[in-house]
Design a protein around this ligand. Structure first.
Ligand SMILES: Cc1cc2nc3c(=O)[nH]c(=O)nc-3n(C[C@H](O)[C@H](O)[C@H](O)COP(=O)(O)O)c2cc1C
Length: 180
């Protein structure tokens, strides 16, 4: 049986280190995982961590892929699911408004299947009307969300903004892919 293929986008939130755990769990569950990191994400976690855990080259740019076919088009056709974890306020804004200025945002617009976002940010950012309006627009487009959760965030504040735990994101992925 073919493995299910999931694109895991990692954006520049401090919870990017938790995406490594999520990636590892997904691979152990038998999914093929293609990581796409934003430039900000690469400042927080090393590309090699994801290369090692996913057993595949990490995509960090639209321009460094040797294939004749643009990677975002090939991936969009191939992926059963696109997950973005952690998902920054910036990515939410770009995806809501159709901006495609890097590998992940371009792949997201080309993707026709289910999209799952795991937002993670400072509570003030999460409660900002711009972010909340964007979330409403995306929910109306049937984009799936998990979290954010209430708790302590890395910048020292308490409130809503923590990324959902990797184990819970994995459970949601299995549900969306109809896996036991
Ligand atoms: C140390 C550090 C941690 C950050 N953590 C977050 C975060 O948790 N959530 C968020 O939305 N932005 C966070 N930011 C800001 C984003 O990195 C910034 O908005 C960036 O433009 C996001 O780019 P991306 O969406 O392409 O990854 C953080 C910035 C720094 C320097």
């Amino acid at each position: 049986m073919n493995k299910q293929f999931v694109t895991l986008g990692v954006t520049g939130g401090i919870a990017a280190y938790k995406a490594a755990d999520l990636c590892s769990k997904m691979v152990q569950c038998g999914y093929e995982v293609q990581i796409i990191m934003t430039e900000s994400a690469t400042k927080l976690v090393g590309e090699r961590t994801f290369l090692t855990l996913s057993h595949r080259p990490v995509i960090t740019s639209l321009w460094d892929v040797p294939e004749w076919r643009p990677e975002h088009v090939a991936l969009a056709e191939h992926a059963d699911l696109l997950v973005v974890a952690p998902c920054t306020a910036n990515f939410i804004g770009k995806y809501t408004h159709g901006i495609a200025d890097d590998a992940l945002s371009t792949c997201a617009l080309a993707h026709r299947g289910t999209v799952l976002l795991a937002p993670a940010m400072n509570p003030n950012m999460w409660h900002h009307p711009a972010v909340q309006n964007n979330i409403k627009l995306l929910a109306a487009r049937n984009v799936e969300f998990i979290g954010p959760e209430i708790g302590h965030v890395a910048c020292g504040d308490d409130g809503t903004g923590r990324m959902a735990e990797p184990a819970d994101i994995l459970t949601k992925i299995k549900t969306l892919l109809n896996c036991p």
